[in-house]
Design a protein around this ligand. Structure first.
Ligand code: HEM
Length: 199
């Protein structure tokens, strides 16, 4: 089981190696920094959606071993989002904090990206077993439902910044809508079952 987790871990690092190699070495890319900024942002969103897809897939397939990958995918989303932020601060804005502040307050697409990132950061900081013990399972579950607003924010961030072809952010939006609908339906079913057992 450990080796499978290691394989998934290595696979999750491939987008990083792929983006950097295409950007800087093999892709003849005119703007490698931009390639890395876009690549890291897109993979942060993809891993966020992976982490949301784990529970429905686990319920459908009855594969309990999938449970452990939800946190791994969530942490990879945090990793790629942090890389995205670092590239933005250093290579896009050259640590000009005034410019960064203006960019955030003047552009809703950047503002929503920052809000999503802060939620992902909070979720990553509280993802350990000791944080679950500290918060208590019920409070921890409620807090971690924030992953949905984070994903909605990330899709809007993408949608609002593309100028021409909106097909990709729309596709991610549809996937998120399906995952969110599944979550709402399964929560409603749980509540109905609890109410029936009380009566
Ligand atoms: C920390 C706050 C964030 C900032 C300052 C930020 C900034 C940016 C910038 C400047 C771009 C390029 C925009 C352009 O050239 O017009 C971008 C693209 C993008 N960002 Fe963010 N972002 C943030 C957070 C996030 C998060 C949390 C996610 C996903 C979880 C994300 C996903 C994306 C995606 C998918 C793209 C487009 C990539 C593409 O076009 O292929 N960003 N972001």
């Amino acid at each position: 089981m450990f080796s499978l987790k290691l394989i998934v871990f290595i696979a999750a690092c491939i987008p990083l190696i792929w983006t950097v190699s295409l950007g800087f070495f093999f892709g003849h890319c005119p703007n490698p920094i931009q390639k890395c900024l876009y690549g890291s942002g897109e993979w942060a969103l993809v891993f966020l959606l992976f982490s949301l897809a784990v529970t429905p897939i686990r319920k459908f397939t009855q594969l309990e071993l999938l449970r452990q990958y939800r946190r791994l995918f969530g942490l990879f989303s945090f990793f790629y989002a942090s890389l995205h932020l670092i590239i933005y601060i250093s290579f896009e804005q050259f640590f000009d904090w005034q410019l960064i502040y203006e960019d955030i307050v003047q552009h809703r697409r950047i503002m929503i990206g920052v809000i999503s990132y802060l939620i992902i950061l909070l979720l990553a900081l509280t993802s350990s077993p000791s944080a679950i013990r500290w918060l208590g399972t019920k409070r921890w579950r409620i807090l971690h439902r924030l992953v949905y607003p984070a994903a909605i924010g990330a899709v809007l961030h993408y949608l609002w910044l593309v100028k021409l072809d909106t097909s990709k952010p729309k596709l991610y939006g549809i996937i998120l809508f399906i995952l969110l609908s599944w979550r709402i339906i399964s929560l409603a079913r749980q509540k109905i079952a609890i109410n029936r057992s009380i009566r």
